[in-house]
Design a protein around this ligand. Structure first.
Ligand SMILES: C[S@@+](CC[C@H](N)C(=O)[O-])C[C@H]1O[C@@H](n2cnc3c(N)ncnc32)[C@H](O)[C@@H]1O
Length: 236
């Protein structure tokens, strides 16, 4: 059964049965993805269950049905490579400030034959090219941590304007860190910000609800990710 067919049964199945079917769908899905990657790289791939990729993808699926999704800081397009094939009726727009990454994301989407994605060079702090309420969902994966507090504030305010109420971000969250501090770490992508997402959201979008959920099986090895990697879910 396809994921969208299964999700359509949500209204008619008893909640416990639906939850069981969905969890079995994902177990099989991530096992297949793991096997595919093992084959592709010629070495055993890690277990993806509860990984960053799985947590974001499953959180997106919980929002289905949707038509338009915006990703802030889409990089080489890895997020859509995972999610877009599962929702062929939806359209996925990724923006990234790095034009070379955008170009590469377009090439990779073509190789993967993704017909429902688009990548644009743009700054997450300036979404003025998009009309209000254009997207059902605004998502991001390990990108907003590179924005300083004023850029992040602008990105959140703009996301609230172009989206229709739900944002899902993979980020690092530290309770009590307030609007954030810069790490000493300076890897190839530069230092990044660790913040308390409850404080940041309350400051930028007063009244929004925020839920922060720790990633159980983080696979990214960047310093702090293992301790602080979270899914941040914001609802207006
Ligand atoms: C660590 S990569 C993550 C890429 C992708 N989301 C993923 O999960 O693989 C962070 C990305 O954020 C982008 N980025 C940083 N600052 C940005 C900004 N102000 N607006 C848009 N993208 C930004 C970078 O160019 C980079 O591609």
């Amino acid at each position: 059964m396809t994921l969208s067919a299964l999700i359509r049964l949500r209204q008619v199945l008893p909640a416990a049965v639906y939850a069981k079917l969905l969890s079995s769908f994902w177990r099989r899905h991530w096992r297949r993805e793991q096997d595919r990657e093992t084959l592709k790289h010629g070495r055993p791939a890690p277990n993806l269950v509860n990984s960053e990729r799985a947590v974001l993808c499953e959180a997106v699926a919980r929002q289905f049905p949707f038509s338009n999704v915006l990703e802030l800081g889409s990089g080489f397009g890895q997020t859509f490579d995972t999610i877009a094939p599962l929702f062929p009726t939806a359209y996925f727009v990724g923006i990234d400030v790095d034009a070379e990454r955008v170009e590469r994301a377009r090439e990779l989407a073509e190789i993967s034959k993704l017909g429902n994605t688009e990548f644009i060079a743009a700054d997450a702090a300036d979404l003025s090219r998009f009309s209000s309420n254009k997207f059902d969902l605004v998502i991001s994966s390990a990108a907003l941590l590179f924005l300083d507090p004023s850029q992040l504030r602008a990105a959140l305010v703009e996301s609230a304007r172009v989206g229709s109420g739900t944002m899902l971000f993979l980020e690092q969250h530290e309770a009590g860190a307030g609007l954030g501090y810069v790490t000493e770490v300076n890897d190839t992508r530069g230092p990044y910000w660790i913040r308390d997402w409850i404080s940041v959201t309350a400051e930028a979008i007063p009244g929004a609800e925020v839920r922060v959920e720790k990633i159980k099986n983080p696979l990214w090895t960047t310093e702090c990710w293992q301790d602080l990697g979270c899914l941040v879910e914001i609802r207006l």
